[in-house]
Design a protein around this ligand. Structure first.
Ligand code: ATP
Length: 654
């Protein structure tokens, strides 16, 4: 990625004097804002609004002037009373809240927000979507006989009606994940696909499924709903109700007038209504696991005719929370086994251990990664602020006021604030409302109608601040989210990647601010790595914490995952050497000797149950391919051979 060297864009008021100006990819071929001037940047031609970070850069000095306390000299909390001195206003009138919300403190209520922007017909920049932003992302594909990528939708053998709908949706050009994944899926191959948040994964699995279902004449068999049992041809599962709803809505747009019937089944909504929808016929079922199991156990859905299975947010679906239910649905009910159905797994993050689990559901699959697995898009400007827990509310208030003072510069932007707990979400919503900021909370303890209403009033701008737990962290595609605030940081870096990914979508820019407190030190190293990788400016105090936090890189009990690092894999785990605790004589696909930052595979050959092992290509350990982990653990194991299989024995942990 290039760093822009000043020139025409010299600062009026430089806030980053010591570093060259990074130009995010979405600005590279367009009108350029002044990148040395934060205010100018915020009001640039991206989708999010001016947020006034100039005032934040002076935050620390203001705090010191006030004599605010800092525990270790690095915290920048305001160190003053909890109210921040703001005037308090009552909760909003529930009626006509957009127009009459008490905004005496000046918080601008956006006008009605469009749900979609329009797209141009003329090439790369369509309705603010700048495809150049994605062009230089490296692509990794592995597996046998990989179908080649395409450059246009027209090159793919999709059904006629679907083409029309792609045009109707103004999808002029496929995104990289679509260019690669759709031909693979249309060729009938199983797929594990990873691409950054907001890069178009939904269409990447919906298009082949809709097309495949449409071409599958067997769905017209009269027995398709016999005895009021629904026999869908395709099943798309996702972890949350809101995401299932969203996928359902998207898929319906893509399947408009094709005759392909799509039904959603998710918890919290009346099951009787969902049964009635199923009774009208279903080709593609979009479901959350809990409601699906319920329906299958009540004998209303059979999976015997499933030909296409897609798991969105697949790593979440296979982590410890969901895995038993997914195994039950996919392995213990009546679904055809791998090989007899086509299985597609999609996510922006895919930890190695989950990749291994996922392999159980796949047959001869292709692994596709657009960018490094678990990486974050450069479209999102990431800021990390050092804030003590006790100062977070004031800090947030200052942030929101700063947005207020600088205005939205004619742009409409929503702010999504992530907190750790449901109680914390309610408390922050109440507090913000008391302070005169129109906020609404969404979390798992709210009934579904409340959740939907919260999301609606956020989307339409009636409550432009949504306080959310992780229930809103994955998959949700809400236009105009300009700013994501991690009021509480998540425990692992993958969670952070998904949360900040609610902004900076579809080629548009976004801003993510994290409040980092001493509780988050274990996350520092992974955060620094992620930020560096996406060319973000890393504060020096965070780098210091990262150095300190190396000692936190111990295996947690949870499936050998790194705490903090999230164990995010760089690539197809089949191409990696094994480095997990407790693996003995475990055969792995060699071909690579990989350095994982802390460990690298090493020396010695065992294996060798695999015929394709090529002893001639064996690479014995040398100082360059044999490393020690941070913990001083020596890996003894093997390498190499393009198709070789070797054993890796982590002797240090015996
Ligand atoms: N080819 C395209 N042309 C124009 N817009 C597109 C295209 N593909 C996807 N989009 C739009 O991009 C946005 C993001 O897409 P999508 O929600 O599928 O992202 P995602 O990769 O699934 O993100 P996440 O990882 O957060 O789930 C959506 O608004 C979608 O309509």
């Amino acid at each position: 990625m290039s760093w822009f060297n000043g020139g025409n864009f010299s600062a009026e008021k430089s806030v980053r004097p010591t570093r060259p100006c990074y130009v995010p990819p979405h600005y590279r071929n367009n009108g350029m804002p002044d990148f040395n001037n934060v205010n100018s940047f915020m009001s640039g031609n991206g989708s999010f609004a001016q947020t006034g970070f100039s005032s934040f850069n002076s935050y620390s000095s203001r705090r010191q002037a006030r004599g605010g306390g800092a525990s270790n000299g690095r915290f920048a909390g305001p160190g003053r009373g909890r109210s921040g001195g703001g005037r308090r206003f009552g909760r909003p009138e529930e009626t006509d809240e957009r127009n009459h919300y008490p905004n005496r403190n000046g918080f601008r209520i956006p006008d009605a927000l469009d749900t979609k922007e329009s797209f141009g017909e003329d090439g790369d920049v369509c309705g603010g979507i700048n495809f150049d932003a994605y062009e230089d992302i490296p692509v990794e594909v592995s597996g046998s006989d990989v179908p080649p990528p395409v450059n246009t939708f027209a090159e793919i053998e999709l059904s006629e009606g679907l083409y029309k709908n792609i045009k109707r949706c103004k999808y002029v050009k496929p995104t990289p994940i679509q260019r690669h994944a759709i031909p693979i899926a249309v060729a009938g191959r199983d797929l594990m696909a990873c691409a950054q948040t907001g890069s178009g994964k939904t269409a990447a699995f919906c298009f082949p499924i809709i097309s495949g279902v449409w071409k599958d004449r067997s769905r017209f068999l009269p027995t398709a709903r016999e005895g009021w049992i629904a026999y869908p041809t395709a099943l798309i599962m996702s972890p949350t109700r809101e995401l299932s709803c969203q996928i359902h809505d998207e898929a319906k747009k893509f399947a408009y007038q094709t005759g392909v019937k799509i039904v959603a089944a998710y918890g919290g909504a009346p099951i009787a209504q969902q049964f009635r929808n199923l009774e009208k016929g279903v080709d593609i079922l979009v479901a959350t696991p809990g409601r699906l199991v319920d329906m299958i156990e009540r004998g209303r859905i059979s999976l015997t005719r499933i030909k296409f299975l897609a798991l969105d947010e697949a790593d979440r679906m296979l982590d410890m929370g969901f895995e038993p239910q997914i195994r039950k649905i996919v392995e213990q009910m009546d679904m055809p086994p791998p090989g007899s159905r086509q299985t597609m797994l999609f996510s922006a993050t895919f930890p190695e251990d989950i990749q291994k689990l996922a392999a159980d559901f796949l047959s001869n699959y292709i692994f596709l990664a657009i960018g490094r697995v678990g990486s974050s898009t450069e479209l999102i400007v990431q800021k990390v602020e050092l804030v003590r827990d006790m100062d977070k509310r004031d800090h947030l208030l200052d942030l929101l006021r700063s947005q207020m003072v600088n205005g939205f510069n004619g742009k409409k932007a929503l702010t999504l604030v992530f907190v750790e707990t449901k109680r914390g979400a309610d408390a922050l919503e109440n507090w913000l409302s008391r302070e005169g900021f129109p906020a609404i909370a969404i979390h798992g303890d709210k009934v579904q109608a409340e959740r939907e209403s919260a999301l609606r009033s956020f989307k339409n701008g009636a409550r432009p601040i949504l306080v959310a737990t992780d229930v809103a962290s994955r998959g949700l595609d809400i236009p105009h989210v300009g700013h994501v605030v991690n009021f509480d940081l998540p425990k692992d870096i993958d969670g952070y990647v998904h949360r900040i990914g609610r902004t900076g979508r579809a080629g548009k820019s976004g801003l993510a601010t994290a409040f980092f407190s001493d509780k988050n030190i274990p996350l520092a190293k992974a955060l620094v790595e992620l930020m560096q990788e996406s060319n973000q400016e890393v504060p020096s105090w965070l780098t210091e914490y990262a150095a300190e936090s190396s000692s936190y890189d111990i295996y947690s009990s949870k499936r050998g995952q790194w705490y903090g690092k999230g164990n995010y894999g760089g690539r197809d785990f089949r191409n990696m050497t094994q480095h997990e605790e407790g693996y003995h004589n475990h055969s792995v696909n060699a071909g690579f000797v990989e350095n994982y930052g802390t460990t690298t595979a090493a020396y010695g050959i065992s294996n060798l149950s695999n015929d394709s092992f090529d002893i001639a290509n064996t690479v014995p350990a040398t100082s360059s391919n044999c490393h020690y982990s941070d913990a001083g653990t020596y890996y003894e194991g093997g390498a190499n051979g393009p198709n070789g299989y070797v054993s890796v024995v982590p002797t240090g942990w015996d």
